[in-house]
Design a protein around this ligand. Sequence first.
Ligand code: 8NA
Ligand code: MG
Ligand code: MG
Ligand code: MG
Length: 306
Amino acid sequence: NSIDILSRAKGCLLGLTVGDALGARFEGQAAYWITRKYKSPQQLIDNPPTKEIYYTDDAQMMIGIAEALCQDGCIEEKTLCQKFVNNYVPSRGYARGARKVLKAMEKGQDYRKIASSYFKGGSFGNGGAMRVAPIGLFFYQDLQKVMENARLSSLPTHTHPLGIEGTQLLAIAVALATSMEKWDKELFYEKLFAHCQSPEYRAQLEKAQKLEDCSELATVGNAITALESVPTAIASFALNPHSFTDTIGHSILIGGDTDTVAAMAGSISGAFLGVEAIPQNLLDALENEGKGRDYITELAEKMVGK
Ligand code: 8NA
Ligand code: MG
Ligand code: MG
Ligand code: MG
């Protein structure tokens, strides 16, 4: 029952988008409030809080990366920034550093300078990682290319080493999920550790690997920083490798940066399980006008040459 690459590509991009769109309804809330109403992932996925769900900056910037890859076959900074700017709609919800950098890009100013100085040492927010999935998908057969293109995709906005490394690790997780036929937890983490550079991420991945139950997921973090969200998304997938519902559901039930953790986890899960694993009611609820469900589906087809 091997899953073909087209289904994985759609699963990856749409998995990210529905994770973002459902998670966005809960962004910034405490787990306590969310779990008062939703007792399980299944309950949450079966009863989305609104009839339609709309994606945020996470999927909007992912679309830019996918478009840039379709155009150039690799990450060219100029193309990528053009795509980010063309797609930029502030009302989708961008963090403050990201807004500054995108504004500078839009005006043709030195965005690199702003990106590296707005926060000391550059941003280590999860904005590089939240959008990177298409790179893991596109280069899944060559992990060196995944690392290099993920780094390049981070640099226009996220220049802090912890921001870049989080972006690379999420891309590697997507690439591994895309190529995996059978779930192998040991191999999955082994390959992630092989691409890990800092003691900070090593410690976080060790914590993630040791988790035995989703009730402990929040201990890895649910924050807006890459270090406290990328390993969480990876863990949510690795704890629920056979269920898209449980992967994004648990990512949301822990509260905090729910749209982003669910987007990242959803992209990994969708790449492993294929689009058929995404609950139909969520796909039906996803916005479809403009660059919505159908457009993202076409992007996935283009990315794998179908
Ligand atoms: P970013 O680069 O502004 O970083 C996000 C946040 O991380 C910053 O606002 C800071 O609080 C913190 N941060 C990053 N680097 C540093 C540093 N060197 N020193 C101190 N603090 C730092 O933006 P981003 O693109 O990384 O953010 C991604 C997040 O923004 C995602 O959660 C995404 O969903 C979105 N977001 C949107 C809203 C909204 O308005 N709806 C709210 C939160 C997050
Ligand atoms: Mg968002
Ligand atoms: Mg289930
Ligand atoms: Mg977020």
